[in-house]
Design a protein. Sequence first.
Length: 755
Amino acid sequence: MQDTTHLGKRRKIIDGLEKVTGNARYAADLTLAGMVHARPVLSPYPHARLRGIDARAALDLPGVVAVLTGHDLNPGHAPHSRSSMLLALDEVVFAGQPVAVVVATSEAGAEDAAGRLEIDYEVLESVDDAAQAMTDELHVWPQGVPRAGTGMASLHGGEAGGQGSENLSNIDERRVFERGDVRRALEGAHVVIDRRYTNARVHQSYLEPHAVVAQPGARPGEVTVYTSTQGQYTVRSEVAGTLGLRERDVHVEPMTVGGGFGAKYGILDALVAAVSLHLRRPVRLVLSRSEDMLTTMPTPETAIRVRLGADAAGRLVALDVQAVIENGVFRFGHAGIIATVIGGMYRCENVRIETLEVLTHRAPVGAYRAPGVPQALFALESSVDELARTLGQDPLDLRLLNAAQTGDPTGTGFPWPDIGLKACLERAREHPIWRSRGQRPGEGVGLALGGWPGGFSPAGAVCRVEADGTVRLHVGSVDISGVHSSMVLIAAETLGVDPDAVEIVQGTTDSGPYAPASGGSQVTISLSGAVLDASRQVRDQLLDLAASHFEAHREDVELVEGHARVKGLPGKSVTLGQLAQLGQRLPGGPGPVVAEGRAAIKAGAPGFTVQLVHVHVDPDTGQVTPLEAVSIQDVGFALNPLLVEGQMHGGTGQGLSIGLYEGLHFAGGSLVNANFLDYAFPRATDLPPIEAVIVERPSEHGPFGARIVGEPPITAGAAAVANAIRDAAGVRVTELPVTSEALWRLMQGRASHRP
């Protein structure tokens, strides 16, 4: 890319000041006249018949407005997803399912009243885990699994699920992706690595719990929803579809998001809207931390068997994968995403991937930053590392020999567009951590690859110039990661103004140009083109106005530092604000300086990463201490390197946390660590220094050559940790998270087998 003034330069995030000073406005901060407060009452049982609810004691408390059940609120159709599920009617199907909502004039009053409800449950047998689901005759949905038209996975760049099994079964869907002859290739392989890997469910652990405010409108069935969401248009569709409303009557105003990571797409919005419409009053619901962990959508628990075959030179000849995905009561659709990546990281002619989407009496799962891929690559990259050790080869050299390149097939058979995986591996080869490994006893260095195909969607944007020179960008995207700060740079670069002169106007579903939801790493590459298109049109309008004003040829006019001037005559200039005034006031002139841009890119711009993790393992306790980590990522072109590095740091930390700390634990079908005291995740002192190494290999599809950034950093950390532990302790961990006790037992087993 040619020299730039603002793009590619480090610049602070545009909303940083309001966040660090506490002035950002979140959904929980919103207070409306006449507003009441809602508190959900959640089932403590994974499966039970709901025989009755006695609300008299709750209703007797002062300030209690209503106690509502499914008979008051539910529409006349069965829910098919967590977002379309309001309240239980006659049966609960997971521990954490809302069975009633208590509404009061204060949050404390609603909480007190919720504790007074007397609910009569008849506890039923439950399907508690995937192993039971696949062998037990008890079915989660004995009348058939509720279906919908589109799976949520499509929002994250994955493939929508199929129609599911026609037979009554807890295996909701079985899919097979296959090329070549895997059985014959494995039989002829020089080495075969055969292992099974398991992952616990993981919660997204955002700081802000789910929060929604709903306000009824003037027309019957009209409602405005103020919500912490990653996708306002998704929420509008979900609320309208669930409640049987017209989309034009559902107005969604996205609030500041206090962390989402794929989890905030409208889980509670339809419920709160239904309460508000029922009572004809504004209603606010803010989950407690325990409620949030019980009733929202974490990652799935997975069990992945990998059989990996290679010839004597280390070339992969066969990859056979079976992935069992425990989904809870509804299928999410991780299968296509997992298959795409696990079967597409390496060149291999013979690949078979079988995915089983399994239903249990647990809360339904959802997306968490590159959904399904950290789990899939923990399995694949651990096996590749073990293959290198078995063959006596350098783990990096073996990966370079086999790494996928442009045009190679993904696991679902589609070819990769231009990718930079090998460029990242070459940078890793030269890094001091990799070159100095093996020098200290008890320490090890692990390497793992990661990546994400990325989604992309059409988008629009509006750009206008005000009379004071301010440039305003109107967008319909929700900023959860600093993406709007990059859009500001695009407009500033195009119009020759300081980025501080550009303001973002985040629209609602009524006022914002369409934009995709903020998930799947798709917003930057989707929205950039629309912002660039709108900015270029505005630039043309300004140049035309300036040429007329100066009585000069258009080609002789330039836009520099907020001014239009004649080239070579710096004293002959006019501000962009003055030009905007001309457009607004000149009779018979061109009119206000404003333009609508549109973009719809043809293909994605996948991002790949290579991560190195250096750990120490205490031989006496099994305690793993991460010492340093490196994230090397091909970002194509870093629109704002400061924000790119922030994404790499955050995602890498989350990947390490999945490997070493995080896991939801169940007793039967009930979650037992539904709070931040019992749910382990790292403090700042538990993570090592993380170095972000940016590789810029421009994409032919991404704007300015940019690639996706947000998803790839989380994908390799857990695998890199596992490989570092193998290097330090000599044992292969196959279960995440890695606990000190489990690792100590593995090391004791190794010691007992020594001659």
